[in-house]
Design a protein around this ligand. Structure first.
Ligand code: ACO
Length: 428
């Protein structure tokens, strides 16, 4: 069914096509609006703008629904794995046994970095933030595969993708080891994706770390839950960069930079910092919540609120349950978890949070799991980046495979000075 919206402006009525998505979302197509009326649309921060059509992920923020390629996140979190979901996101369907095997084999083939990359790690100061290292090294990685910096080649895409997903975890683990001055531990071909990452993080050249299956499963689930989230800040960045036909490593490196900010992926680190400060001040969270509500110093309850979810983030529910299970299994008692539970309980009864529809998001409990696994706070956003890589790649592919895809180029409403004449320096 084709629908139209009408816009009346300056005495003239214009018909605009309405696009309808597979979940019945309606959007007014304004691509020809300027040609027809001289108008552009204004939407600060793109909050009401569909920047593309996409087959990858569906979110209903009011109902708290998240689906990857049609599969509910709850079902995938319970039954699937990160690697399987990576395939699903990138190629559109759950992999067959053969596809999954060859995908995993490619991760093994590409898991080791070019030996010269080690010199790059040595150039960073010991206290460099691992997100800075990650974005630089992903871009540097591209330089070691010359064909990567050339035009997009669909016949090589599968290999490039496997290289990127595999190497991002090697880079992340090396960045961590470097920050502690520890020797680099190479990956092992017999380990699966997430186990191999934990091995590179925590083993020593003289002895392998004991990998608890529950710990590996909890981190694998965190990666899976972060794997895509439609047009968020970092994914839109990846699409924007890809639209100029930049290569996949350059596009992903830009995604890492966008993810770093505390209002986006950096929130998981900010949550733990916040919980630590509350504990150190002897507060149980009540005083802190009062200061948030009075907006003292622009304070926010980190890990709460979401640009799209105006309901409980479905990922937060899964992570909370997994957090309880893991801490019980590892026989750990984390005082920061008690503070988080108290903050959540109080906030969910408080009119300030209810009226603004502020609920826990994915970052509220994920940090407590990562802390239990021994992952340092500064590495939390890096974990997010490892998880988000398949989503970035799937979006990159959508841009590249679309024959109608054009360079992204929003317009603006200029509000600066109107034309003025240059004044020479000695007359100012
Ligand atoms: N704590 C306290 N108040 C908040 C919070 C919060 N976490 N989030 C929003 N608010 C308040 C704002 O102060 C504002 O109040 P006002 O109406 O009195 O001015 C109102 O709620 C609306 O806030 P906006 O900033 O307009 O909401 P927006 O949708 O733009 O922000 C965001 C979403 C950035 C996630 C915000 O909720 C936030 O800063 N949360 C904390 C950081 C965080 O957890 N980020 C992770 C997001 S999930 C992710 O990226 C994976």
């Amino acid at each position: 069914m084709s629908e139209k919206a009408t816009l009346t402006y300056d005495g003239k009525t214009t018909e605009l096509p309405v696009i309808i998505g597979s979940e019945k979302e309606h959007a007014v197509d304004i691509a020809k609006l300027r040609d027809q009326t001289g108008l552009i649309t204004y939407d600060d921060g793109f909050r009401n703008t569909g920047s593309c059509t996409s087959d990858i992920t569906f979110i209903d923020g009011e109902e708290g629904i998240l689906r990857y390629r049609g599969y509910p996140i709850e079902e995938l979190a319970e039954k699937s794995t990160f690697v399987e979901v990576a395939w699903l996101l990138i190629y559109g369907n759950l992999p067959t046994r053969t596809e999954l095997r060859s995908f995993s084999d490619m991760f093994t083939e590409y898991q080791v970095l070019h030996e010269d990359m080690k010199y790059h790690f040595e150039g960073f100061p010991p206290n460099a933030h691992p997100m800075a290292i990650l974005s630089s090294m992903i871009n540097a990685c591209g330089c070691f595969t010359r064909e990567l910096t050339g035009p997009y080649d669909p016949s090589k895409f599968k290999r490039h993708t496997a290289r990127l997903i595999s190497q991002v975890r090697t880079i992340a683990a090396f960045a961590y080891r470097k920050s502690l001055g520890l020797p680099i531990v190479y990956p092992k071909p017999e380990y699966k994706y997430t186990a191999n990452f934990l091995h590179m993080m925590f083993s020593m050249p003289y002895g392998d770390v004991d990998l608890e299956p529950e710990a590996v499963a909890a981190l694998d689930q965190i990666f899976l839950l972060h794997a895509d989230h439609e047009q968020n800040c970092s994914t839109s960045t990846v699409r924007m960069v890809a639209s100029s036909r930049a290569n996949i490593f350059a596009s992903a490196a830009a995604g890492v930079c966008a993810l770093w900010g505390p209002l986006h992926g950096g929130a998981n680190q900010a949550v733990l910092d916040m919980l630590g400060q509350i504990r150190n001040s002897g507060d149980d969270g009540s005083k802190f919540l009062e200061s948030v509500k009075s907006k003292e110093g622009g304070k926010r309850l980190m890990g709460f609120g979401h640009a799209v979810y105006k309901n409980y983030d479905p990922r937060a529910k899964i992570i909370k349950a997994s957090c309880d299970k893991l801490l019980a299994r590892l026989k750990q008692n984390d005082p920061l978890l008690d503070i988080a539970l108290k903050l959540e309980e109080t906030a969910l009864k408080d009119p300030y949070f209810l009226e603004r529809k502020l609920y826990p998001n994915v970052d509220f409990y994920s940090g407590i799991i990562m802390r239990a696994l021994g992952i340092p706070t500064e590495m939390f956003t890096v974990m997010f980046a490892i998880g988000r890589m398949p989503g970035w790649i799937a979006n990159f592919k959508e841009v590249m495979d679309d024959p109608k895809s054009r360079i992204y180029r929003p317009r603006q409403i200029y509000t600066g000075p109107t034309m003025r004449t240059y004044v020479p320096l000695d007359q100012r």
